[in-house]
Write a protein that binds this ligand. Structure first.
Ligand code: GUN
Length: 285
């Protein structure tokens, strides 16, 4: 089975649009602000899409752009302004940031209740303690795709390749919560292929094009491919995942394609987090 991330992401946005549409006109609508620094092309595309999809479902969205020469202090001042703005329910600082800015420091200045990326230590801690939290968008998207393919994850062995704060680590927490047995593998892991062969669930987020081959997976495995790699093949540029999709797809129980798998889910989960943050903020204000 090919897991249709585009469709599942669309369904989530339809559900959100309906719920947001039911907010009384006397009440403020959810608001998302994205901060974009510098002129990284990939970041500009991501941010444009975030704004477009937000507006489509009734989330007010604005992008604040800064020159890459902005100082850490100026950026923090801007974040504090958004923290204090009641019309803003979600704040996202697009990464990567210029080298002279400390990303961890910046993230920790965001009001945790508005941290729709789920990167603030408050949310990271709550997720790992099994408490309610804003969960990072990419792993939450992977989790929803997995739940679409397998309803009961209990007792399954999940192998996650990649230990990033953005995906690998929060993914492990989500799967532990579902009673999976979780192994996090990374670039120093020995016998990676043999380890992957023992996986019921394989989450590939190593950042290495088509690394997971057909003989790395068992036939009952569900494969979630987080990779976005730009490669050139026979003179044509294309985007591929961390899994050798064409060969692996015929062997496994289910797999996400790239593009059209995890990618579309990430933005829908961001919108889901913005709506979740909104509901909590209007309750406590
Ligand atoms: N850059 C690439 N992925 C992400 C993400 O999930 N959040 C943010 N803020 N920046 C990113």
């Amino acid at each position: 089975m090919i897991i249709d991330g585009k469709k599942i992401a669309e369904d989530l946005r339809t559900k959100l649009k309906k719920e947001i549409g039911q907010i009384p006109s006397t009440q403020a609508k959810p608001g998302l602000t994205v901060i974009l620094i510098g002129d990284d092309t990939a970041s500009q595309i991501y941010v444009k899409n975030k704004k477009k999809f937000a507006n489509e479902i009734g989330i007010r969205s604005e992008v604040i752009k800064f020159n890459s020469a902005i100082t850490e202090q100026e950026l923090i001042k801007q974040i504090h302004k958004l923290n204090n703005n009641n019309a803003v329910h979600g704040i996202l600082v697009q990464l990567p940031l210029p080298n002279h800015i400390n990303s961890k420091k910046i993230i920790s200045e965001i009001n945790p209740n508005k941290d729709v990326d789920g990167f603030h230590p408050y949310n990271v801690g709550n997720l790992s303690s099994g408490n309610d939290a804003l969960v990072p968008c990419t792993p939450y998207g992977c989790y929803l795709l997995l739940k679409n393919a397998i309803t009961n994850l209990s007792g399954l062995h999940a192998v996650i390749i990649g230990r990033s704060n953005i995906n690998g680590k929060p993914m492990a927490q989500l799967l532990l919560k579902e009673d999976c047995t979780v192994t996090i593998a990374h670039s120093k892991t020995k016998n990676l292929k043999e380890l992957c062969l023992t996986a019921d669930i394989l989450v590939a987020s190593a950042g290495k094009a088509q690394m997971v081959k057909e003989d790395w997976v068992s036939k009952d495995c569900v494969v979630i491919d987080v990779g976005i790699n730009r490669i050139e093949e026979n003179g044509n540029k294309k985007i591929v995942g961390d899994v050798d999709f064409e060969n692996v797809k015929n062997k496994v129980k289910a797999i996400t394609p790239v593009p059209g798998g995890v990618g579309p889910m990430t933005i829908s989960c961001l919108l889901n987090n913005t709506y979740k943050a909104y509901k909590k903020l209007i309750q406590i204000s």
